[in-house]
Design a protein around this ligand. Structure first.
Ligand SMILES: [Fe+2]
Ligand SMILES: [Fe+2]
Length: 165
């Protein structure tokens, strides 16, 4: 049985995930530079989770005897405002979840339950990422732009020293 179409879908997802890794690392660097540690660290953790997704997709591609095309799906958006970063990240997560839902349906139709399952696991994670970003954006709107700076101050004094992330 040929799984050519599944391999294409899995490689598209790898591109999507690589772009997310780059974008979230870029956000992490900028937020750390602005002294907004908790949000910087959320983006770092999420970038690492997306790297795990690249791994899960790649394992499946190799299992199906394809090869992994390690090409990021686009250039990084040069955004340095925290609310705009969260907005961008939420759009990326929403798009990924929608694309993976379609991919899961396609794989199911082609009797490739293994790939379908990989996509379904990713959907659950992307929905979780979306919810975390949404919560932070809501807090910025609710408490005002100083929310992130105050949160950073609180986390540094809780730890008794500057956080390393
Ligand atoms: Fe992902
Ligand atoms: Fe994600």
């Amino acid at each position: 049985m040929s799984h050519k179409h599944s391999i294409e879908l899995l490689n598209q997802a790898v591109s999507d995930e690589l772009l997310a890794v780059h974008q979230y690392m870029y956000f992490h660097f900028h937020l750390a530079d602005q002294g907004l540690r908790p949000l910087a660290s959320l983006f770092k953790r999420t970038a690492i989770a997306e790297m795990g997704h690249v791994e899960a997709l790649s394992e499946r591609i190799l299992f199906l005897k394809g090869d992994v095309e390690m090409v990021a799906g686009g250039a990084v958006g040069r955004i340095s405002d925290s609310a705009a970063m969260l907005q961008q990240a939420m759009e990326m997560e929403e798009t990924s979840a929608r694309d993976y839902n379609n991919a899961a349906l396609e794989c199911g139709k082609n009797a490739d339950a293994g790939s379908k399952q990989v996509f379904e696991q990713l959907i659950a994670d992307e929905e979780g990422h979306f919810a975390e970003f949404e919560k932070q954006l809501e807090n910025i709107k609710r408490y005002g732009p100083s929310y992130l700076a105050l949160q950073s101050f609180a986390s540094a004094s809780d730890a008794g020293e500057p956080a390393s992330e």
